[in-house]
Write a protein that binds this ligand. Structure first.
Ligand SMILES: Cc1ncc(C[n+]2csc(CCO)c2C)c(N)n1
Length: 222
């Protein structure tokens, strides 16, 4: 069994719980409140900016030029997706938004992986972002209520064939890196994959709840 098969089997339960989230159910039916979706997009904008930096950082550490090329193209795609979705849904709103606790946790986790773990573990930590979104995008496409869905543009970004190639490349690179490393490190890669999958679940849950910080501040800038 290759590394990615074991990795996906390790998160089957988390994936099922993602599909059962109200955010995903209502995104599928198109009934998700716009306020919740906008909250998600604003948080996602923070996430994508950090994710793009991590992808570029991973590229710097990869030995094979082919892998570097792919990760740099992922980093560019991330900026493009961020701009396109946000232009479409938020019309370039320039509100200053603070990262929610879950968003901060996720972005700090991937930065921590890049800064302090093996390159294999860092790559494994970014795979759920690709793979889970592909699966969720396809699931929504298949289970959509036919007709108008105000979130069609978002759904089409991740569901369908266009995004498949990137996901397959990311999975293949993980399998190749896993093959070239120790069993111990392969298991650490699984841990990273599972942790990032939990953080994907938390990200959607926190968007639906429009998660706030449990303590407030009254910042006065100079
Ligand atoms: C929390 C969160 N997780 C995953 C994605 C999906 N995603 C973000 S960047 C990227 C790679 C290339 O665009 C993919 C698949 C998201 N938007 N937000």
């Amino acid at each position: 069994m290759d590394w990615s098969t074991k990795a996906w089997e390790s998160i089957e339960e988390i994936y099922t719980q993602i599909l059962n989230l109200s955010f995903i159910k209502e995104l599928t039916s198109g009934t998700l409140e716009r306020e919740k979706f906008n909250f998600y997009l604003e948080q996602d904008s923070i996430y994508l900016a950090e994710f793009g930096k991590v992808l570029a950082g991973i590229a710097c550490k990869l030995d094979k030029s082919e892998h570097r090329k792919i990760f740099l193209s992922f980093a560019l795609d991330t900026v493009a997706v961020e701009q396109a979705l946000h232009q479409f849904y938020l019309q370039n709103r320039k509100k200053v938004v603070e990262a929610s606790p879950s968003c901060l946790l996720y972005t700090c986790y991937i930065h921590k992986q890049l800064a302090t773990t093996s390159i294999e573990e860092a790559v494994a930590a970014i795979l759920p972002c690709f793979w889970i979104y592909k699966k969720v995008g396809d699931y929504i496409l298949e289970n959509q209520i036919p007709g108008e869905n105000q979130y069609q543009n978002w759904i089409d970004t991740y569901g369908g064939d266009e995004f498949s190639e990137a996901v397959e490349l990311a999975i293949d690179i993980c399998n190749e890196l896993a093959k070239g490393t120790t069993i111990c490190n392969q298991n650490k890669m699984i841990d990273a994959f599972v942790m990032a999958s939990k953080l994907e679940w938390m990200f959607w849950k926190s968007a639906y709840e429009m998660e706030e910080w449990p303590v407030k501040s009254n910042i006065i800038y100079v």
